[in-house]
Design a binder for this molecule. Structure first.
Ligand code: ADA
Length: 554
């Protein structure tokens, strides 16, 4: 797992990224698999998506990955940063964890003697009950595999399970630190250091599992802001275990229709970003992440929406360093009402939200949590699910506003449930022409205000047009780069110069990306790609890139 700091110095951590043994099993029930009978006749990169490789392109089925590791005796914690999209993890042939839902960190644990151990992971990229969060008709291709990094952590009697750092007051440089742990001893020494300075050293009494909370002051630390993204590094040791987290002192709030960072209103200008690539699927090689952040900065974006699932930890690290503000969203795309009212789906969403927040909450760049992109927020049956998921986000993290991207702001029934109202709309593309864009944006703003939400920030969370790279004609018709550039110029000009109510813009979308195999969707997507990108799928700029860059930088 590549990060911009080392989360552990004392803990024994083995990086398991590399090339693992691989077997594609196809349409097989994981409960019927006998590991001893498997013929591992191939090899696969970890992290990687098997169906993004030529040999398994387009396949949906079960696959097996296997590796071996030399370990010492102790509690073995296998940490996965994301597996697409259902998996069963085995330690020396014994199943130790099932997990559903990609894009989030989870771990599988067991006690073991030292020596060589065999790790096997069955990975399933099919749609169905095992993975209620994934549906075929989404507008992106769900690649399968161990798509993010894997590590083996070996732990002893006291282990740190989580470290949360919240800013209590920027003015007073005060933070709250919460340490989640599991312990086999009744007490242990605790130390906390920040930026190399000792803050605390004491002995703490421990329960078998629990949490320790301390309020601390870091008077030397400069606040984090988009213009000046100062970061601090906090180190906790508890017994023999340690954990380090990077964070920034900053407060996010909403006031007078704007999001504020440390009390300063910001207008969000940015793009939506998918983590997809024709050759790597959902896997994000470091060079790709670095290139994406370079382009966001070059465009002059101060904002990115992670559409429509939690982003790679390295991407978030680089946003922390660049001062780019992030909307972090749990997985979702136009789930029908029947899905939302299924208790198994709601449980899976809640577990996924818990994992998203646990993995990402210390990133100062994240200013907004989101759920359920374009789901039935217009329906009576959908509303309780919105209330439940948004409520869970608030319970987990009271320091950030919550939102969701509405499919149709004109009949939405859930805007009262959020801190920030967000609307997706495609004037000039799915309806109307270029001339209709200002009126549609104004109409959305007027409805939100008329509902009594004039004090809430309003983000146009998606707007855009398809452009086949290199395609132009004399008439500037739909699908040309000319038309896309003209549409985005009209949008940005209206938001930045025409009216002041809209507090944020997320252009759909940063880069072209592979769409689903679902026929109905694929027939609307030339080249099998959603091509509303400012850059193509290999990050080559279209005309719109220059038009947006010029305006965002103004
Ligand atoms: C929706 C959706 C996006 C994408 C977009 C489009 O707004 O949220 O994921 O599918 O439409 O390109 O039509």
């Amino acid at each position: 797992m590549v990060r911009r700091f080392s989360p552990h110095v004392l803990r024994t951590v083995t990086d398991l990224d590399g090339v693992w043994d691989f077997a594609y099993l196809g349409d097989v029930d994981p409960d019927d698999v006998a590991l001893d009978d498997l013929a591992f006749d191939d090899a696969m990169a970890v992290p990687g998506c098997f169906d993004a490789t030529p040999a398994y392109a387009g396949r949906r089925g079960l696959a097996a990955y296997r590796t071996r590791v030399l370990t010492r005796a102790g509690r073995q914690r296998l940490v996965f940063d994301g597996v697409q999209h259902w998996c069963r993890v085995y330690w020396n042939g014994r199943p130790i964890r099932d997990h559903a839902g990609g894009f989030t960190r989870f771990w599988a644990e067991t006690d073991a003697q030292g020596g060589e151990a065999e790790i096997t992971v069955l990975v399933d990229n099919r749609f169905g009950d095992r993975s209620p969060l994934h549906m075929e008709h989404f507008d992106w291709y769900h690649f399968g595999g161990i798509s993010r990094g894997v590590e083996l952590h070996v732990l002893d009697g006291v282990r740190i399970d989580g470290l949360e750092i919240d800013t209590l007051s920027v003015a007073e440089r005060r933070i709250e630190v919460r340490i989640g742990y599991t312990a086999e001893t009744a007490s242990a020494p605790l130390t906390i250091e920040c930026d190399g300075r000792a803050l605390l050293a004491e002995s703490v009494d421990l329960d078998p599992s629990g949490s320790i909370t301390r309020t601390l002051e870091i008077p030397w630390a400069a606040p984090w802001s988009p213009a000046d993204p100062n970061l601090s590094l906090l180190t906790v040791t508890l017994g023999e275990d340690d954990q380090r987290e990077r964070f920034g002192l900053r407060e996010i709030a909403t006031a007078n229709g704007r999001i504020t960072v440390n009390g300063e209103p910001v207008r969000l200008l940015g793009v939506n970003r998918h983590e997809l690539h024709p050759q790597f699927g959902h896997t994000q090689p470091e060079s790709l992440v670095v290139a994406d952040v370079q382009q966001l900065r070059d465009l002059g974006c101060n904002f990115v929406r992670g559409s429509h699932y939690p982003m790679d930890p390295l991407f978030l690290d680089l946003c922390d360093e660049s001062g780019i503000l992030v909307w972090s969203e749990s997985i979702g795309w136009q789930y029908p009402v029947e899905h939302l009212t299924d208790p198994a789906f709601v449980d899976a969403q809640l577990a996924h939200i818990d994992e998203m927040v646990a993995a990402a909450r210390n990133h100062p760049s994240i200013i907004l949590w989101g759920v359920l992109n374009e789901c039935p927020s217009w329906s009576e049956d959908g509303r309780p699910v919105y209330a439940k998921l948004l409520g869970r986000l608030r319970e987990l993290d009271a320091t950030r506003p919550v939102t969701y991207a509405s499919l149709n702001a004109h009949d939405d029934q859930c805007f009262d449930l959020v801190d920030v109202v967000s609307a997706n709309t495609y004037p000039g593309w799915y309806f109307g022409g270029l001339a209709d864009i200002p009126a549609e944006l104004d109409r959305i703003a007027a409805r939100v205000d008329a509902l009594g939400h004039a004090d809430k920030p309003l983000i146009i969370s998606e707007i855009g047009a398809g452009a086949v790279p290199g395609w132009n004609d004399a008439g500037g018709s739909l699908w040309t780069e000319d038309y896309q550039a003209a549409l985005l110029a009209t949008v940005i000009d209206h938001i930045t110069e025409g009216q002041d109510r809209i507090s944020g813009l997320g252009i759909w979308v940063m880069g072209d990306f592979t769409t689903t195999e679902h026929r109905e969707m694929a027939l609307k997507r030339p080249r099998g790609l959603n091509d509303k990108g400012l850059v193509d799928e290999y990050r080559r700029p279209k005309q719109s890139y220059r038009v947006v860059r010029e305006r965002f930088r103004r």
